[in-house]
Design a protein around this ligand. Structure first.
Ligand code: NAP
Length: 336
């Protein structure tokens, strides 16, 4: 028997922010799974800033999504049919399911997840790719040590909120940067950040100096642009900057200018390194164990911002990432 899937196709590469002309939702009949494949009903789609980069026809760490193709997306779903050993009907799986409500995929590209450990949405957030990014970015790339002052931008988002909480649990002093008073209040009052700065209010480097007069040992950069430049001005000697992302530049139509204050790296004998979470794939278990232990102990809050709708809501939901509409991990829950 075939299954009708509703899928989001990329139909035009955007200049600047994606809009309605970027996407087309189409129905297609999926053939039953072949040997080794499974049929999945996607229950939750992950919205990720990286998606914007996947729309550009440039060389990157993965090929761009082709015009006409189904949009690449991580998701969680329920297995409806299985011809793969080790995956059973009714299992919950995660992987690159694509922006669609159903998919037929090779079982060996999927991971079975345990909903007794955490709900499906958390497997896309703190226990998913963003949580892995926070863990390896903070501990491996930025080499955070107890006693360090850690500054993180995009602090109320999926990656940033986990970075700050991991750093606190590690014995660091944590300063978050986020947009608006509700987010900064959440960081200090509920997540235990030592300070939080609303980057929309006044001079950012002065605000950081006011709460960290000695400067910062680690800057975890999710935002890039002017925020990175401000962070360069407040480094301590031997500081480490982890370049995780640069969301402030993703929809720019001109190349973003380089950081004006980069010589601070020399003055402070500091280092700045970019990283990609997928390079740590063979170590994900380490991070999943560490983060799930904290979830069990109640020492880490996993927050997801769940939008309900069909796949038709994909395009508008994605835009929330660029307007700051989300607090925590942004997820689109697909109605059955
Ligand atoms: N290197 C890797 O392997 C890897 C893996 C995953 C994610 N990332 C990167 O990590 C970063 C965070 O991703 P995420 O999934 O956790 O997203 P997120 O932080 O949950 O959502 C994006 C947030 O970025 C902020 N933002 C948007 N435009 C901005 C601007 N112009 N200036 C300042 N802040 C802006 C908004 O928060 P405010 O309201 O605070 O502005 C928004 O809520 C992104 O740069 C992403 O590309 C990298």
């Amino acid at each position: 028997m075939t299954t009708t899937a509703r899928r989001v196709h990329l139909v035009a590469r955007p200049t600047g922010l994606p809009d309605d002309s970027t996407w087309s939702v189409r129905e297609t009949e999926l053939a039953p799974p072949a040997e080794g494949q499974v049929l999945v009903r996607t229950t939750h789609l992950s919205l990720d800033p990286a998606m914007r980069g996947w729309l550009n026809d440039v060389r990157s760490y993965v090929p761009p999504v082709g015009v006409g193709e189904v949009m690449r997306a991580f998701g969680v779903g329920t297995v409806l049919e299985s011809r793969h050993d080790g995956i059973t009907v009714g299992d919950t799986v995660t992987g690159t399911l694509g922006a669609a409500d159903h998919a037929v995929l090779p079982g060996d590209q999927l991971t079975v997840v345990d909903l007794a450990v955490a709900p499906a949405t958390t497997w896309l957030g703190a226990l998913g790719m963003p949580g892995m990014t926070a863990w390896f970015g903070l501990f491996d790339v930025a080499r955070a040590r107890p006693g360090d002052t850690v500054l993180v931008s995009g602090a109320a988002g999926a990656v940033g909120s986990v970075v700050g909480q991991l750093a606190k649990a590690h014995g660091c002093r944590v300063i978050g940067i986020a947009g608006g008073p509700e987010k900064t209040r959440w960081l200090t009052e509920e997540l235990g950040f030592d300070a939080a700065i609303d980057y929309r209010e006044g001079s950012l480097h002065r605000a950081v100096r006011a709460v960290a007069p000695e400067g910062v040992d680690v800057y975890f950069d999710n935002v890039g642009g002017e925020t990175l430049d401000a962070a360069l001005r407040v480094l301590r000697r031997g500081a480490r900057i982890a370049i995780c992302g640069a969301i402030s530049t993703y929809n720019a139509t001109e190349p973003a200018p380089g950081p004006a204050h980069y010589m601070s790296l020399l003055v402070n004998r500091a280092s700045m390194a970019g990283f990609l979470v997928f390079d740590y794939e063979d170590r994900y278990t380490e991070a999943v164990e560490g983060i799930s232990a904290m979830l069990r102990a109640g020492t880490l809050t996993a927050r997801e911002h769940v939008v309900s709708g069909g796949v038709d809501a994909f395009g508008d939901t994605l835009l929330m990432l660029f307007s700051g509409g989300n607090t925590g991990k942004l997820v689109l829950e697909l109605s059955a």
